[in-house]
Ligand binder design. Structure first.
Ligand SMILES: C[S@@+](CC[C@H](N)C(=O)[O-])C[C@H]1O[C@@H](n2cnc3c(N)ncnc32)[C@H](O)[C@@H]1O
Length: 199
């Protein structure tokens, strides 16, 4: 799932997108149900074809979805229109400084951070510092270094997650989960990390 930004359009055009399950993330739904996360403003990083942005909008959030792939965003806009929800989809590269985004109550990331961190983790964290405020929550779903084999998403250790996010965010918990892949099959083992922005 790595590569320079231009690769993402090629992957969406070719349909080599196993992560694009078109099923709202069960882990996201679990966390929203279990934790006290009110339906405020939400930013989805690397929203792809918008499945979870649409789910968040249907759950009452006011959603902005950003992605570096114009191809993915075109599908996302179409699917949001069909779902009759309003979402602000924006073509953005999170490995570059974004200085004009507002601050959000909730940030969701399913499979974007673990790619962008390999290119420019400090730019991504600077962007997160700018678009959150103390108390903002963030849920990050990433690959997991306990997975068997090297296929699938970039694999991180729990220590790497703590290292990347620990200064900007309080780490509420880190737990294992499984992604859903296209075809509703059980996808790779991942880490689910819930964060609260520090003061
Ligand atoms: C593994 S896919 C996950 C897509 C979506 N979150 C989902 O769950 O279906 C990673 C997404 O991150 C996007 N992405 C990768 N690098 C990016 C960057 N530098 N800035 C913004 N989006 C990026 C890709 O275009 C892709 O849609």
């Amino acid at each position: 799932m790595n590569g320079p930004p231009r690769d993402w359009n090629e992957r969406y055009r070719a349909g080599t997108t196993p992560w694009d399950s078109r099923i709202p993330s069960r882990e996201l739904a679990r966390v929203l149900a279990e934790e006290t996360i009110p339906a405020g403003t939400a930013l989805e990083l690397g929203c792809g074809t918008g499945t979870n942005a649409i789910f968040l909008a249907r759950s009452g959030f006011q959603v902005t979805g950003v992605d570096v792939s114009a191809v993915a965003l075109s599908t996302a806009r179409q699917l949001a229109a069909e779902a009759e929800v309003t979402i602000d989809f924006q073509l953005r590269d999170l490995s570059q400084p974004l200085t004009d985004l507002p601050r959000f109550d909730f940030v969701f990331d399913r499979g974007c951070y673990h790619c962008v961190r390999k290119i420019n983790v400090s730019a991504l964290l600077d962007n997160l510092a700018r678009c959150t405020r103390p108390g903002s929550r963030m849920l990050v779903l990433t690959g997991n270094s306990h997975s068997e084999g090297e296929q699938g998403p970039p694999q991180l250790s729990e220590a790497e997650l703590r290292e990347d996010f620990g200064s900007l965010f309080q780490i509420d918990w880190i737990r294992e989960f499984h992604f859903e892949d296209a075809g509703n099959i059980e996808g790779p083992l991942g880490w689910s990390t819930l964060l609260t922005r520090r003061s």
